[in-house]
Design a protein around this ligand. Structure first.
Ligand SMILES: NC(=O)c1ccc[n+]([C@@H]2O[C@H](COP(=O)([O-])OP(=O)(O)OC[C@H]3O[C@@H](n4cnc5c(N)ncnc54)[C@H](OP(=O)(O)O)[C@@H]3O)[C@@H](O)[C@H]2O)c1
Length: 240
């Protein structure tokens, strides 16, 4: 199969591209680094000629997410339709429909809705937080030796499982929308404390209030979610 990956140079995209190639597929890499700015695309329809599935794993910072996600969905989704691509796979987040108090999730929900309006054969994978999300939160929220972290429940998942399921959706081995989570619920605050203890950095971790929806569990998977991959602590131990 020929699979176009928007965001192919990113965390998920690079894993997905490597996996797809390993399994014998042709990959079209779409990112600014490979010459495609999805906010102002040129030559996109031509690049999608003969493509069997488009997968969107692009990302943008919170500050611009509200404009970025629907705009990329409109541009890429309509180019896929014009090029006759039969299937569009979108990576979203568990809880985007339950967190109207968090702008990034509002933007991701708008991304899903835009794809469903303009793109062909849309299937959505909603995943929980990546296993390395706690590390990112620690990095982003540490200033002057203090990490201020929202105290919310999460059920993180290994990114390898996300890449694998995205490929199954792209090939048609899985045909329906799906939720994916890891096997065990955690608290983000405790994960960050574990990381700080392991590093011996001496950073002080303080709890801060997050969006009320998230504190109430909006990021946790529903009863029909697939639970796959290692627990966060086992994954962490495997990272050395
Ligand atoms: N972090 C989590 O815990 C989590 C959980 C569930 C779902 N998700 C979702 O997973 C998705 C992928 O996240 P990630 O961490 O893998 O992203 P990432 O590493 O930040 O990669 C983002 C990708 O998007 C591309 N991109 C950005 N702006 C672009 C533009 N204007 N035109 C074309 N390409 C552009 C980047 O390439 P260039 O810079 O070269 O353009 C890069 O390849 C996101 O949509 C996120 O919402 C994240």
């Amino acid at each position: 199969m020929r699979i176009a990956i928007a965001g192919a140079t990113g965390r998920i995209g690079s894993q997905l591209a490597a996996l797809a190639r390993k399994e014998g597929h042709d990959v079209v890499e779409i990112a600014r680094e490979t010459g495609f700015d999805l906010l102002a695309p040129t030559g996109l329809e031509e690049a999608l000629a003969g493509v069997d599935a488009v997968v969107d794993v692009t990302a943008a910072p919170l500050e611009v997410a509200g404009e970025f996600f629907p705009a990329v969905a409109r541009n890429l989704g309509s180019a896929a339709a014009a090029a006759g691509v039969p299937r569009t796979v979108v990576l979203s987040i568990v809880g985007v429909d339950r967190s109207p108090d968090y702008d990034y999730y509002v933007a991701k929900l708008a991304q899903e809705q835009t794809y469903r309006a303009v793109a062909p054969g849309v299937v959505v994978l909603r995943a929980t937080q990546f296993h390395d999300f706690a590390g990112q939160m620690l990095e982003w929220n540490t200033h002057d030796g203090v990490a201020r972290i929202i105290d919310v429940p999460t059920q993180p998942v290994d990114t390898a499982e996300i890449a694998s399921l995205l490929l199954d959706l792209a090939t048609g081995a899985v045909v329906d929308d799906v939720e994916l989570a890891g096997p065990q619920e955690e608290r983000l605050l405790d994960q960050v404390r574990t990381l700080v203890e392991r590093s011996g950095s001496g950073v002080r971790v303080e709890a801060v209030a997050g969006p009320a929806s998230m504190a109430a569990g909006s990021m946790l998977p529903g009863p029909d979610a697939l639970l796959r991959g290692p627990r966060w602590e086992d994954w962490l131990a495997s990272q050395g």
